[in-house]
Design a protein around this ligand. Structure first.
Ligand SMILES: NC(=O)c1ccc[n+]([C@@H]2O[C@H](COP(=O)([O-])OP(=O)(O)OC[C@H]3O[C@@H](n4cnc5c(N)ncnc54)[C@H](OP(=O)(O)O)[C@@H]3O)[C@@H](O)[C@H]2O)c1
Length: 279
């Protein structure tokens, strides 16, 4: 497949599309992951919070695909921010996933009021220097959080994973990340199928390209240089979401989708999240 890999700011290759596994239960995991591997996914995005690292690790191991052909991301949960507890949590994620390294480890939320993200990130830097993780980064960081982090630490985050979709395109944050060589990964890239895929503009563009609305939205993300981790437990959708490398959107169509932005954040505002507020 062409153009399917993004080189992070340290040169490490990350597949442009991965399968998000939030809400995929242990019972659903084998079907989802086996279908994903079958159609060509090699990247998987989990977290302590999703409570499915064990199931994901087990299915990946059973697939007998070489570890170095896979890209596994996990995340540090808020309650465990702090230097020592980050190291401990990282090692526990490795154990649950049954692997001796992660490709990417991210701080899940800044929890800026608790003021522990710098310490936590310093632990990520140590893990990176020790070779236990190939790249490190953050999620849900605003420009202000990133500036504070970069002033106080040595390694520029490889990734900032944030909510982005056509109704909430976060263009300013994207520009800041582009300027600083931080890859943006879109979480909720399909806006959880809550109406976006029925938007008349997207439906009309999809018809013209003989693609589905989901494929058009995912291609729009790629046109903006973003990584994507759409979640699905449904084999047909898993395949549909992956089949986006055989077309390009015209500049005018990209602009039409850009114009749908209405700053409609669906998830939490990062500044409202403190340690203990989410479970
Ligand atoms: N860092 C963070 O704070 C954070 C927060 C949220 C999510 N994430 C990550 O981002 C991933 C993706 O985000 P998300 O799960 O919130 O939302 P999403 O990927 O935008 O949407 C997932 C929903 O859309 C449906 N869907 C998937 N493909 C479809 C298609 N082709 N046509 C129609 N419906 C489709 C899925 O249904 P079925 O599963 O029923 O097929 C599921 O209900 C997560 O799994 C997680 O890994 C990270």
């Amino acid at each position: 497949m062409e153009n399917d890999v993004y080189y992070l700011n340290n040169g490490y290759p990350m597949p442009k599309i991965g399968l998000g596994v939030y809400k995929i239960t242990d019972n659903e995991m084998a079907t989802a992951i086996e279908s994903a591997l079958e159609v060509g996914y090699r990247a998987f995005d989990t977290a302590y919070l999703y409570d499915n690292e064990v199931a994901l690790g087990r299915v990946l191991k059973q697939s007998e695909i070489a570890r170095d052909s896979l890209f596994i991301t996990s995340k540090l949960w808020n309650d465990y921010q702090g230097f020592e507890s980050t190291l401990k949590q990282f090692n526990q994620s490795l154990e649950r996933l049954g692997t001796d390294y992660l490709d990417l480890y991210l701080i899940h939320w800044p929890c800026a009021e608790d003021d522990l993200f710098i310490e936590s990130y310093k632990a990520l830097e140590q893990l990176y220097e020790e070779g236990k993780v190939r790249a490190i980064g953050v999620c849900n960081f605003t420009k202000e959080h990133l500036e504070k982090l970069m002033d106080a630490t040595d390694i520029v985050p490889a990734v900032n994973q944030v909510e982005v979709h056509p109704y909430f395109n976060q263009q300013q944050l994207q520009d800041f990340c582009d300027d600083n060589d931080i890859a943006v990964t879109a979480w909720m890239p399909l806006m959880r199928n809550r109406g976006l895929l029925d938007d008349p503009v997207i439906v009309e563009i999809a018809k013209r390209y003989n693609k589905t609305p989901a494929q058009v939205v995912l291609r729009w993300h790629l046109a903006h240089n973003r990584l994507i981790i759409p979640k699905s437990k449904t084999p047909e959708r898993i395949e549909e979401n992956f089949n986006i490398f055989d077309f390009n959107l015209e500049v005018t169509d990209i602009a039409e989708i850009d114009a749908l932005n209405r700053n409609d954040r669906q998830g939490h505002d990062p500044d409202s999240v403190k340690i203990g507020t989410l479970r």
